[in-house]
Design a protein around this ligand. Structure first.
Ligand code: SAM
Length: 225
C-alpha cells in the first residue's frame, strides 16, 4: 500500500518511521509513505502557496494552481485525473467523520493521497475538482491537516497484515465486529491490589465463562467522565 501526503511540513512525518506497527507494516506489507511539500513545486515566485480570499476576510487560502502543480509533478497526469486512479482525500473539519469503518475501508486500498491544509484551508476548487472525498478527524478545528493525516495513517497501518505482533488484538478490540462494535472491556494486570485498588475478583477466579460474561457486561457500559 502506498500513502502519499501533500503538506507544507513533510519533515513532521518523520515521526511515522518510529512506531513499531508502522515499521512492521512497512516491512511486511510494503507500506510506503511518501511526503511532498507543495511549496517545492509551486509555480509562483518565492515559494508562494496561498493568497487572500476573494470577497475579503481574515487569513490566507491555499491556491488551486499550487495544488494542481504538486499533483501533476508527482503523478505526471492532469491534476483533475489523479483521483481517477486513487483516492484523493482532503482533510477538513467539514468532511466525513473519521471512524473505525473508514480505517478498514482505506486499509483495503492500494493507494491513498492525503491533502493537508493550513491557514484558512484550501480553495474550494481543490475540494470539488481535484479530490475524491473529504475527511474530518472530528468536530474541532486543528491548525493544520498534518495531525489528522498522522492519525489516519496510524489507525489504518495497524490494520495491515503483519503490523501488530498479535493479530488477535485487532479482532477483539473496540469497534470490532467480534466485539459487536462495542468498546473493549477494561484491562487489569499485576499487582492484584495497589493502594487499596483491587482487581475485580472474577478476573482472578479462573472461571472463563464468568470472565467472558463480566467482560461482555463491561463492554456495554457507557464510558464517560
Ligand atoms: C485552521 S484549519 C482551517 C479551518 C477552516 N477555516 C474552517 O473554519 O473550517 C487548517 C487546516 O487544518 C486541517 N483541519 C482542521 N481541522 C480539521 C479536522 N477536524 N479534521 C481534519 N482536518 C482538519 C484542514 O486541512 C484545514 O485546511
Amino acid at each position: 500500500m502506498r500513502i502519499d501526503v501533500f503538506t507544507l511540513f513533510p519533515e513532521w512525518f518523520d515521526w511515522l518511521r518510529r512506531p513499531r506497527h508502522l515499521t512492521n507494516a512497512a516491512e511486511s506489507h510494503d507500506l510506503e509513505i511518501r511526503c511532498f511539500s507543495f511549496r517545492d513545486t509551486t509555480p509562483l515566485s518565492q515559494g508562494q502557496v496561498d493568497d487572500a480570499p476573494f470577497g475579503g476576510g481574515p487569513g490566507m487560502v491555499i491556491r488551486v494552481d499550487v495544488m494542481a502543480a504538486a499533483l501533476e509533478a508527482v503523478y505526471g497526469v492532469a491534476a483533475e485525473t489523479v483521483r481517477d486512479e486513487r483516492r484523493v482525500i482532503v482533510l477538513t473539519p467539514r468532511g466525513r467523520p473519521f471512524d473505525d469503518a473508514i480505517t478498514r475501508e482505506y486499509a483495503g486500498l492500494d493507494e491513498i493521497v492525503l491533502l493537508c491544509g493550513r491557514y484558512e484551508g484550501f480553495d474550494e476548487r481543490i475540494h470539488r475538482e481535484l479530490a475524491s472525498e473529504e475527511l474530518s478527524l472530528g468536530p474541532f478545528v486543528l491548525a493544520g491537516g498534518e495531525t489528522a493525516a498522522m492519525a489516519v495513517i496510524d489507525a489504518l497501518a495497524r490494520r495491515l497484515p503483519g503490523a501488530l505482533g498479535n493479530a488477535e488484538s485487532l479482532a477483539r478490540e473496540s469497534f470490532s465486529a467480534e466485539g459487536g462494535g462495542e468498546l473493549e472491556h477494561p484491562h487489569f494486570t499485576r499487582p492484584a491490589e495497589f493502594r487499596g485498588w483491587e482487581v475485580p475478583s472474577v478476573l482472578r477466579s479462573g472461571n472463563h465463562a464468568e470472565i467472558e460474561r463480566w467482560r461482555a457486561a463491561e463492554s456495554r457500559k457507557p464510558r464517560s467522565s
